[in-house]
Ligand binder design. Structure first.
Ligand SMILES: NC(=O)c1ccc[n+]([C@@H]2O[C@H](COP(=O)([O-])OP(=O)(O)OC[C@H]3O[C@@H](n4cnc5c(N)ncnc54)[C@H](OP(=O)(O)O)[C@@H]3O)[C@@H](O)[C@H]2O)c1
Length: 386
């Protein structure tokens, strides 16, 4: 399914197909019954710490008092031994002392592209159970290689995403991916916006840039998968679509009644409505309390500026309002006790107002069109194979 604005070439089509292949059947989250809160202190998995940037990331993590443990995953180095290689690399970048002062990192020999990252079950489970942040920095930095040569890198990213998804913690580990400007090398403007760029043509021209674009999209798809909506409630929603509400209000001008309630006398059940949204958005429904708890954790994350939080997840503005209120009350407030007898007499059309599933589908479509939600077309090709 192509975006109407994007004209695909053979290569952009190939990128989308590669992306689709790497975004099928993401791991499921563990059952809610075993999810638990994070133990205080960050546990960071970082990859590629033998490289130039990785050494500096490792040093900064060692100095960070929020970080209590670091798993530094690097590929096999049978000749010199990983420890020696890491020490030499840190020395070369002048950051060895920082790492020695706070020796909280554990070097792990891994093969990111293999199942379980090439680790033993025990160590893999230990990492999966404890990690709160993943910084994925390891990558083949070779601008001349074709896209096919980056398969192991893409598979490595995919394995890390699955590890994050299978975390038994309520809050899924945060993933930071070190990308590159090259991923948007063909962006047709002077300033590249800080947002998701779904058109593969921005990256075309080198396997390195194309693979990084695919990796960014994989994370985007996975993060959409991680979204969720509050469900499991049969509260009645007494909303009226604004177009109809405006029409009814105008008719009310002709009534002699001093007070009229403009409310839907045929409320829809929350579940019925939200199930349509969840299906359209391809996100799961989770109990309201769990949803609110995830939202609270997100809003409390001091590392993401408030303005950015609002941009990425406008629902954070509801946190203070929803706290202390049960969901049924919130959703059906206004409905309780609002008599509409006189309003129906004044505007008989009010009796006919109903929110249908088709209407909800149209709302989601409208939210996509105005940019409030990501465009389905751009990601349809990915989801179609999930
Ligand atoms: N260099 C730049 O100008 C630049 C600019 C923008 C973004 N970046 C990105 O920044 C990150 C770090 O780059 P860097 O400049 O620090 O590169 P670097 O010095 O070459 O380090 C790369 C790191 O990744 C590891 N690595 C390379 N290929 C791997 C593979 N196939 N599987 C597992 N590990 C692999 C390397 O391990 P070994 O030690 O075993 O080789 C090393 O630890 C990369 O993601 C890169 O794309 C770099």
């Amino acid at each position: 399914m192509d975006s109407p604005r994007v004209k695909h070439t053979k290569q952009t089509q190939y990128l989308l197909e590669t992306l689709a292949r790497h975004t099928t059947s993401f791991s499921e989250r563990p059952p809610k019954s075993i999810l638990r809160n994070q133990i205080p202190g960050d546990v960071v998995l970082v990859t590629g710490t033998t490289g130039s940037f990785g050494c500096n990331i490792l040093a900064q993590l060692c100095l960070d008092p929020h970080v209590k443990k670091i798993y530094a995953l690097n590929r096999d180095s049978s000749r010199e031994g990983l420890k020696e290689r890491q020490v030499q690399a840190l020395k070369l970048r002048g950051v060895l002392d920082d790492c020695l002062r706070y020796p909280k990192y554990q070097l792990v020999e891994a093969d990111l592209g293999k199942p379980l990252l090439g680790l033993g079950v025990e160590l893999h489970t230990e990492i999966q159970n404890s990690v709160t942040h993943i910084i994925h920095n390891a990558w083949t930095v070779n601008l001349a290689s074709p896209l096919e040569k980056f398969e192991d890198c893409l598979q490595g990213l995919r394995n890390l995403i699955d590890l994050a998804l299978k975390s038994p913690q309520i809050a899924i580990p945060k993933m930071l991916f070190v990308s590159t400007m090259a991923a948007v090398r063909k962006y047709p403007g002077l300033v590249v916006p800080e947002e998701h760029l779904p058109d593969p043509s921005v990256s075309i021209g080198s396997g390195y840039s194309e693979a990084k674009w695919i990796a960014e999209q994989m994370l985007h798809v996975a993060s959409r998968e991680l979204g969720c909506l509050p469900g499991g409630d049969n509260a009645l929603v007494p909303w009226i679509p604004t177009y109809e509400a405006a029409g009814i209000l105008c008719t009310m001008c002709h009534s002699k009644e001093p007070v009229l309630h403009l409310e839907n006398p045929n409320p829809i059940q929350w579940n019925e409505m939200v199930e349509v949204c969840a299906k359209e958005l391809n996100v799961p429904l989770i109990p309201f309390d769990d949803w609110l708890s995830l939202l609270r954790n997100y809003a409390a994350d001091a590392r993401i500026p408030k303005t950015e939080q609002m941009k990425r997840n406008p629902a954070v503005s509801l946190v203070p309002y929803l706290s202390g209120m049960d969901f049924t009350t919130y959703i059906s407030q206004g409905h309780a006790g609002l008599d509409t007898t006189k309003a129906v007499q004044a505007v008989p059309k009010l009796k006919e107002v109903r929110i249908s599933k088709e209407m909800v589908t149209k709302w989601v479509k409208g939210w996509r069109e105005v940019g409030f939600l990501p465009r389905k077309e751009a990601l349809g090709v990915l989801h179609s194979k999930l």
